[in-house]
Design a protein around this ligand. Structure first.
Ligand SMILES: Cc1ncc(COP(=O)(O)O)c(C=O)c1O
Length: 392
């Protein structure tokens, strides 16, 4: 920092320079991210509440009332209106909060147990590795079946008397697969283990797709074993970053991670961050009320239709999808080129794709900013890549 400040014009010219180096979702070129263009209504609501701090909610009673409404609405969407939770920064924070609640509840019941573990599918998001590290938990990874959903027998074998939580995923990060949560719920009830469902990606689309006749598996609080759910408004909910959601079935879970806050307007706080923006809550509230279920049904249906278009196009272009898409993700490989060669070729044409780790494949997330015209251009580039490669 210089001693003397610079002019506003100079600052904003330079900020503009920085911004021109960023990619935009709007361009349709970002194909490997679960974020998307924030909806303008969410953005306006977000800007209106930039000053509000939910870390000190007594000062921002309106925002707190809004958060209560949002949590109940999200709970209602996920099978139980009377849930307890918060709007936070994203899926990572939600998963860490859930693992902390599970561990603290377990330690309360079994204070002498050391070497506490959590059992997660091999397909779990890396946030569970962070949670395990921060909370001193052993992370046990269950195998997947041939469709890349968690293998329930493997899960069952890993659960032992030191298991504080089992995790199931409704929309895996790499392939968008939905674990058999109904069976996992039964298993967890039988074994007396806390079940957390990570629906960071699928939470905002599976319920809407099912309302339209898609036959996707149940994963929510209507299953009695489910203790908590992660659902991210900043993914398929179209809210600006950072907006995540964590919901607990029982108040005691939230209380198990609460800490006394001596100098604030609330007595106890359960979130990991202290100062916490109310803007994310406002954006989520505005979008739920503006779009309604009808609006979200339209968003998820369009994404699925474009996913099906891409899936068919990839096959026709001579590539091999690794699995049938269950949500809006297409992953594929080639017999002729390595995954890195495909990724490099697409990158040269300006696409930002990502590579899944298991199995290794090109992974394309058909978020709402990915339109039919982008998919057509991508398929042209894939066909060209293949023909260039065959001439080498
Ligand atoms: C299933 C799942 N859970 C959690 C996360 C972490 O979310 P965030 O990046 O918002 O922390 C992701 C991110 O892609 C995810 O796909």
């Amino acid at each position: 920092m210089e001693d003397k400040g610079r002019s506003e014009t100079e600052i904003f010219d330079e900020l503009h320079q920085f911004k021109t180096r960023d990619m935009t979702h709007r361009s349709g070129k970002i194909l490997g991210s679960m974020c998307t263009c924030p909806h303008p209504i969410g953005l306006n609501a977000f800007k209106m509440f930039l000053e509000s701090n939910l870390g000190d909610p007594g000062l921002f009673k309106g925002t707190q009332a809004m958060e209560d409404e949002v949590i109940s609405s999200l709970g209602e969407l996920l099978g139980e209106r009377d849930v307890y939770g918060h709007i936070i920064t994203g899926g990572t924070e939600a998963n860490i909060m859930a693992m902390r609640a599970a561990r603290n509840t377990f330690k309360h019941n079994y204070p002498d147990c050391e070497d506490v573990n959590i059992v997660v599918p091999k397909s779990a998001h890396f946030s569970f590795k962070k949670a395990a590290d921060m909370l001193c938990l052993d992370l046990l990874e269950a195998e997947l079946d041939e469709n890349y959903r968690v293998d329930i027998n493997s899960l069952d074998e890993l659960i032992n008397e030191n298991t504080a939580a089992v995790v199931a995923i409704a929309g895996t990060t790499e392939l968008g697969k939905i674990d058999p949560v109904e069976k996992i719920s039964e298993l967890c009830l039988k074994r007396g283990v806390y079940l957390h469902v990570d629906a960071a990606f699928g939470g905002y689309s599976i319920p809407f797709l099912n309302e339209m006749g898609y036959d996707l598996p149940n994963f929510d609080f209507s299953l009695p074993g489910v203790c908590s759910i992660t659902i991210d408004p900043h993914k398929m909910g179209l809210a600006p970053i950072p907006t995540g959601g964590i919901l607990f079935r029982k108040k005691t879970f939230l209380e198990s991670i609460s800490i006394e806050t001596p100098y604030l307007t609330e007595d106890r706080q359960s979130t990991i961050v202290g100062t916490r923006t109310g803007a994310s809550t406002a954006a989520t509230w505005a979008l739920m009320n503006y779009l309604g279920k009808e609006g979200y049904r339209k968003v998820s249906k369009e994404c699925m239709e474009i996913t099906e278009l891409l899936h068919r196009g990839v096959v026709e272009a001579g590539f091999n999808p690794v699995t049938e898409p269950e949500l809006n993700i297409v992953a594929f490989t080639s017999d002729e080129m390595t995954v890195d060669e495909i990724a490099d070729g697409l990158e040269r044409s300006g696409w930002a794709v990502s590579i899944s780790s298991y199995p290794r494949a090109i992974r394309i997330i058909v978020m709402p900013h990915v339109k039919e015209e982008h998919v057509e251009l991508l398929l042209d580039d894939l066909r060209e890549l293949r023909s260039l490669h065959s001439k080498e």
